[in-house]
Design a protein around this ligand. Structure first.
Ligand SMILES: C[S@@+](CC[C@H](N)C(=O)[O-])C[C@H]1O[C@@H](n2cnc3c(N)ncnc32)[C@H](O)[C@@H]1O
Length: 161
């Protein structure tokens, strides 16, 4: 694997913090790590082969996402999982680093955020999680996403008519 870059996911949680340490005193104040790093690697070679017609990121998205400081609040809708990714985070990674029709693997897929975003952005997905419960929730979310997609397609067809 070739190391490419790190992205800082800034979670914007400082307003809700309670752990100040020694508040307003240098005796033992706390810094809160309000960010996580996303480490990006390429397999074998930096270039991802694909057809340019399957690149579906917009200019605005490309310019926005190529700045490696991503301000995205943590997911509040947890679907019974303690640490789901926010859909926006996965959306950016998928759009920036894959073509339509690519397959996105999440081997720690939890309640299916990656699978849902892959589906709604016209990618294939492989979802794996050790918990059957989480896989069931992921399946429900996927079915809901599929329904919304087909409804959206129907609306587009009706608009065109
Ligand atoms: C941080 S969570 C992932 C959350 C997920 N990305 C989402 O948005 O819902 C990590 C997941 O890894 C799963 N896990 C832990 N050990 C595993 C293993 N050995 N094989 C597969 N999944 C595992 C846990 O059940 C947990 O759902």
């Amino acid at each position: 694997m070739i190391f490419r870059t790190e992205i800082v996911w800034y979670k914007q949680i400082m307003l809700k913090r309670t752990a100040w340490g020694s508040f307003k005193s240098p005796s033992n104040p706390h810094i809160v790590p309000s960010w996580e790093y996303i480490l990006v690697f390429s397999k074998f070679q930096p270039k991802l082969e694909g057809n340019s017609k399957d690149a579906d990121i917009t200019s605005e998205e490309f310019m926005k996402f190529s700045d490696g400081f991503w301000q995205i609040p943590p997911e509040t809708q947890r679907n019974g999982h303690p640490a789901p990714f926010p859909e926006e985070l996965i959306y950016r990674l998928i759009k920036f680093y894959s073509y339509k029709g690519n397959t996105i693997l999440d081997m720690f897929g939890g309640t299916g955020t990656v699978a849902v975003v892959a589906k709604t952005t016209n990618r294939n997905f492989i979802h794996i999680d050790i918990s059957k419960e989480y896989c069931k929730v992921a399946e429900k979310r996927l079915n809901l996403a599929k329904e919304k997609l087909s409804q959206a397609k129907l609306n587009i067809i009706m608009d065109e008519n």
